[in-house]
Design a protein around this ligand. Sequence first.
Ligand code: ADP
Ligand code: MG
Length: 721
Amino acid sequence: MCPKGGRGSAGKRPAQVASFLCYNRGMEFFEPVEVLKGIGPKTAETLRKYGIRTVRDFFYNLPRDYENYEAPTSIFEIRPGKVVIKGRIDSLSTRRARRRNLSVTEGVIRDKTGAVKVVWFNQGYRVKQFSPDKEYFFTGSFELKNGRYSLISPSAAEVAQVDARTGLSPIYVAHGSLKSHDFRRFMAGAREKFDSVPDLLPSVAPGTRKKALFYAHFPSSLKSVQGARDYLAYEELFELILASRLNRRENEKLRAVSIPFRAEKVRGEFVAGLPFKLTGAQRRAAWEIFQDMEKESPMNRLLQGDVGSGKTMVAAMAAYEAILGGGQVALLAPTAILATQHYEGLVEILGKFGVRTALLTGATKKKPELKKRISEGEVDLVIGTHALLTDDTEFSRLALVIIDEQHRFGVEQRQKLALKSPAGLAPHLLSMTATPIPRSLQLTVFGDLDVSILDELPKGRQPVTTTILTEVDSKEKLYPKMREIMNSKPDAKGRGKKARGQQIYWICKAIEDSSAGSSGEVGSRGGSEITSVKKRCKRLKEVFPERRVEFLHGKMKPAEKDAVMERFSEGEIDILVSTTVVEVGVDVPNATLMVIENAESYGLAQLHQLRGRVGRGSSEAFCYLLTSGDLKPSRRLLELARSNDGFYLAEVDLKLRGPGEIYGALQHGALDLRIASLSDTKLISRAQKDVERFLKNPENMVKYKELMEGITKYQQITTLN
Ligand code: ADP
Ligand code: MG
């Protein structure tokens, strides 16, 4: 086995023979995918579009799950429910269904004992997947559909390609025209190439990586899958932690403008002039930020605070401080709606101190003039979306960058911003997020960031009363409550002048009614019907004909979205039926009731975020979680109903999610761990120790080339440089 990354050892003179072997075996791993059997230029082109360029990329394209085809039932004996059968398929054809956007592919599966009908929806490629003389496994739900029992949208795999002892077959995410079964076919052709997998990390036994990748694609048992997963998660954590340690080192090398703390201005005028008292947590966070900004190395701080904890006020203090010091400040928000809200809020707070504030979004008119003023330093605080990051926006003395809901910004956007800082000096960076990361994980995964936490809500804020309702309850319980809310006096803090009563959010999962079975390879799961935004809006108009009901979703044009949101915040809409586009940061204090339909289909963190849109005023607020009647409420929903504490819920989430989902992609704020789950606390602490050891020897940085090159992808996430 070649001891380290193949490329690294390629040029070495001594140990010529061994090195040559290494080179050869290692290199194959880094070669273009075309070297694999069955992959020609056209397929390679498609793969490239999905970021799969080399054999290595191809091996790291891990299955999203595994199908188990163990112990098939003979067709003669099948019963309704989930079934596995083995047989040949014929008479396959696709037709358009009467409903638009729906195609139906039907055929017949036969074994020695009988035949069943099989149906797929919107999977026309199935016609080409099978050949009549080969045997396949199928697994899916056998159920009554249109008066006839059929196998509905089963997964399928060629018998010859499934491990006979285990029945396990990997499922790959489709990449354009390349479906899961295509990946299985290519992978079968690449079986021998696993010998070319070089080791990556010094801290595991030689050959571990090779074995892990092999078993991920060719599982010999569920246990081997688990072993593969453990290694790959460890590898990912190792890279992530190493990257963040190195980021911190780099950050410490950079120079920034030191911004001296001006107590008389900030405390004496600004804070003293607020209509409320700062919470202790806000004070602490602000103090930490001021201290950071006094230094000559750039701040790299994450402000974490539960929804409604008053992050914006802390950001305003930081901005004011930087502007007093003669700098410019850029505040980036993930959507135009939020940017506009920040703009309005901050003008109100900072305008009276002479701060010149501007809003720059896609909808801004006279952009060139505004940009000129920014570049000439005539604007102190610029608030905007990514439009702020277009190449021709220049700052004359950018001192502080504030990023709201930082995880919505990608790597390139941050890099672009870095280029805008004045000669040689990096701006201070303050990221804000309402996604609480469990304390137990903060140090490890955000090792390069300093973290301030707002773990205290402003005084007088009442928890949102949360109730789980089954959909059948809605008429008896929910509608009367909605009526009561809409008849209540507008909230004292509600800014909307046109509000007749208090307002309501109604959250739906989908924009439009979608066709059945379009979700891909996994068959229908049963459970609840998804009602779309448009349908729900129509329905609510019927129930409350005298009320103003409108909808909002992510596919609307930005200007349309803004207009709807604007009317909602003015109080011109009573019920806003929306997808989760309202999740992030929107502040309408007069909205006091939220209904979340299909609540069981959201993650805990997201539910908590959504719920944070209400309870922002001084009136009592409510949240109703609608679940379908036949399911018992999940632990997630019960915990949400019980607690309003985002940090507590984050810990619960961590425990609940567990290592169950094998390769489930996990999007957690700035982290986008493909494999590792944040619940791997043991693995995290092991990786952490191993990284420390690795860093003690500076030679490692040269020796482990593939590793060092690989981590640059993480390094770009959290620094601006
Ligand atoms: P988030 O942390 O979710 O961004 P915001 O900064 O939007 O929270 O604050 C939520 C609301 O609370 C705003 O209306 C804000 O004016 C108000 N607020 C902020 N700090 C305090 C405080 N110390 N006391 C009372 N209200 C506050
Ligand atoms: Mg906010």
